[in-house]
Design a protein around this ligand. Structure first.
Ligand SMILES: CC(C)(COP(=O)(O)OP(=O)(O)OC[C@H]1O[C@@H](n2cnc3c(N)ncnc32)[C@H](O)[C@@H]1OP(=O)(O)O)[C@@H](O)C(=O)NCCC(=O)NCCS
Length: 216
């Protein structure tokens, strides 16, 4: 698979628009001092921590690329990737900081030789087995190598360990690369959202039902 021409800079797959989706997860400091993690229908934290590394190891990745949960030390690189991958509605350092420690977000990175090549961010909702993929980005120089696909597989694998059964996302209709990635990964188009984004661009909404871990 050769390197593809980088997709044009686009807004997030799922930023606010007219969506009724998880606004609290985007805006609220869920890990702020004094805020206790809420109970939801997911595995307890200890079990999650046990399950997460194994789930990630099971994901097939391009050679020399590792996937792992983001750490505070990734902040600068995450913000830099955000700047290059998205034209506007970018997430700030502060937002990333918040999501890094949040019980309601899964933030993954792909790296090679200490360099951050991509990231994916999934929002979870209390009392719900439906999660929202908010962001997925591969550094321009690393596109077309399977990084995006690996991040998507990994975030799904981790979502399953958190009791998530479905993932939803919105993507600009003109984002050919992302649309092909999601469709090739089993996401089903469930809605057409006209003028969804702040700049008037239209979106598709996609959804995928994840495999049931209880089923052999
Ligand atoms: C969308 C994006 C994450 C894809 O990441 P990537 O690492 O290049 O993707 P991969 O190499 O894993 O490719 C996986 C699949 O995506 C699709 N794809 C990737 N780039 C493509 C392109 N330029 N044109 C068409 N399809 C493309 C293909 O279906 C590909 O599968 P294939 O290799 O079997 O054909 C990347 O282009 C990106 O970061 N874009 C800017 C940010 C963005 O738009 N994010 C998505 C919305 S939040």
């Amino acid at each position: 698979m050769g390197l593809r021409r980088a997709a044009p800079s686009l807004t997030h797959a799922c930023e606010a628009g007219t969506g009724d989706w998880f606004p609290a997860a985007v805006a609220a400091p869920v890990h702020a001092a004094g805020v206790q993690p809420e109970r939801h229908n997911c595995a307890p934290i200890d079990a999650r921590q046990r399950l997460a590394p194994a789930s990630l190891r099971a994901v097939s990745t391009p050679p020399d690329i590792a996937l792992r949960p983001a750490r505070p030390g990734d902040l600068a690189a995450l913000v830099a990737l955000e700047q290059t991958a998205f034209a506007y509605d970018r997430m700030s350092r502060r937002q990333y900081q918040r999501h890094l420690g949040s019980d309601r977000a899964i933030l993954l990175v792909a790296e090679s030789a200490g360099e951050l090549l991509g990231s994916a961010l999934l929002f979870l909702r209390r009392h719900s087995d439906l999660a929202r993929l908010y962001s997925l980005a591969t550094a321009a120089a690393s596109r077309g190598r399977g990084v995006g696909r690996a991040l998507l597989s990994a975030i799904e694998a981790l979502a399953i360990t958190r009791g998530i059964r479905r993932i939803r996302l919105e993507v600009r209709r003109d984002n050919t690369a992302a649309v092909a990635l999601y469709e090739g990964h089993g996401y089903r188009r469930v809605a057409a959202l006209d003028a969804y984004y702040d700049d008037g661009a239209d979106a598709w909404r996609y959804e995928k039902t994840l495999p049931d871990p209880a089923q052999p």
